[in-house]
Design a protein around this ligand. Structure first.
Ligand SMILES: Cc1ncc(COP(=O)(O)O)c(C=O)c1O
Length: 395
């Protein structure tokens, strides 16, 4: 059953002055943009439209920010890992040299020192992004993954020269294993989730993600971002949903579009935390098809932002993700299982009988412009083809 929860904590103008939320100033000032633009592989990802689905659902327009092509990595995650590792490299050399180095200087200096080891826990995409970003500096990466991760996702990490360590357990077990090993070995953890004692790097990662929303503002062209009626954002640990929320709250304040947080029902830590009024572990088994969203605990940096800025929380079954993958495919968009989550949330909101009241309350109709972020292409191509082909052979 799909579930929806209106956010009782939403504020027009939140107070985000707590010291740990200092990263929001980086997002406000778009500090990551010049860095991303300086990367040789950088090009804005496309903003597409789904006119057929918009007509079917009785909506004005559905815009899809398509992160599949990002840096050739299949998902948006390279934006966060590259910026966080750049800041780590800068910090290393600041301590040695006493001043900041730019990207080219960092790359050339890296060759003259001992190799650093960076490590991360992942269901696939974040680890692949870390492996890629680390390679830019000639350093090494060790990536911890649940042992039921799709083989294609493991191979994609190994192809980048990183070591993949498989852990019998969930994503959260991988976070623990990664943290413990890093302490023992003196490695640098690049985690996308913030927990007590580890708040800096996840802030840089969220800052990196905010490039997505800066690009969208420019791509909407004649339609100003204020003309969006709703933005659907998927949440695992809340990094991208938090970055999007921070962007719209800081640029549009009370006039922002409705912000909708979408999660699998098997791993709905934000919806359940909002219901509890504080961050809690998700009750589900964290075995959703939307693997990137199988995160049982909210990131402590994303939590206050999402709590104060979101309008609505949705959790839905995997079948909505499959339907979203097929709908995207019919209109020429490749959306992986996790990538399709935001669109799945829109489909569930507009179609699920149990959400009829929330649907009516949302007021979405033929004049509504909706934005969803497709966070991933076909990172498990075999499964993607199996799912989208079901529409071609309905019998
Ligand atoms: C494709 C994809 N979409 C969404 C997410 C969720 O992002 P976050 O954990 O920042 O909430 C992930 C996380 O790995 C992902 O890989």
């Amino acid at each position: 059953m799909a579930t929806a929860l209106m956010n009782p904590f939403r504020k027009d103008v939140p107070d985000w002055s707590a010291p740990e939320l200092a990263y929001l100033e980086l997002i406000r000032n778009r500090v990551q943009l010049p860095f991303h633009r300086s990367l040789p592989d950088y090009t804005p990802t496309p903003l597409r439209e789904m006119p057929e689905l918009a007509a079917e659902l009785g909506l004005g327009a559905i815009f899809v920010k398509d992160e599949g092509p990002r840096f050739g990595l299949g998902a948006f995650k390279g934006l966060g890992a590259s910026y966080a590792i750049f800041r780590q490299q800068q910090a290393f050399w600041l301590a040695v040299r006493g001043h900041l180095l730019d990207l080219d200087e960092l790359r050339s200096q890296a060759m003259t020192r001992e190799i650093l080891v960076f490590t991360a826990a992942t269901d696939g995409n974040h680890g692949r992004a870390v492996a890629w970003a680390v390679r830019n500096y000639g350093d090494a990466a060790v990536i911890f993954m649940p042992d039921d991760t799709a083989p294609s996702r493991i191979a994609a990490i190994e192809e980048l020269g990183a070591e993949a360590r498989l852990i019998a357990g969930t994503f959260d077990d991988c976070v623990t294993a990664c943290d413990e090993t890093a302490r023992r070995e003196g490695w640098q953890v690049i985690a996308d989730t913030a927990y007590p004692g580890y708040m800096e790097v996840p802030g840089y990662i969220m800052t990196g993600y905010s490039t997505i929303f800066c690009e969208i503002d420019e791509q909407l062209g004649e339609k100003a971002p204020g003309d969006l009626d709703a933005v659907f954002l998927p949440a695992g640990v809340g990094g991208i949903a938090g970055a999007g929320t921070a962007h719209y709250v800081q640029t549009l304040g009370a006039d922002r579009p409705k912000l909708v947080c979408v999660e699998p029902d098997r791993s709905a830590c934000f919806l359940e935390s909002i219901a509890a009024g504080e961050p809690v572990a998700a009750k589900g088994d964290q075995r959703s098809l939307m693997a990137g969203l199988n995160c049982g605990l909210p990131s402590l940096l994303a939590w206050p932002v999402i709590r104060d800025g979101m309008d609505l929380f949705l959790a839905m079954e995997d079948r909505w993700a499959e339907e979203a993958m097929r709908a995207a495919w019919r209109e020429g968009i490749t959306a992986g299982e996790s990538g399709a989550a935001a669109l799945a949330g829109l489909l569930a909101l507009m179609k699920a009988p149990e959400l009829a009241d929330v649907r009516t309350a949302s007021g979405f109709g033929s004049g509504s412009n909706i934005l969803v972020v497709n966070t991933e292409g076909a990172t498990d191509p075999e499964n993607h083809q199996r799912i989208v082909r079901e529409s071609e052979n309905p019998g």
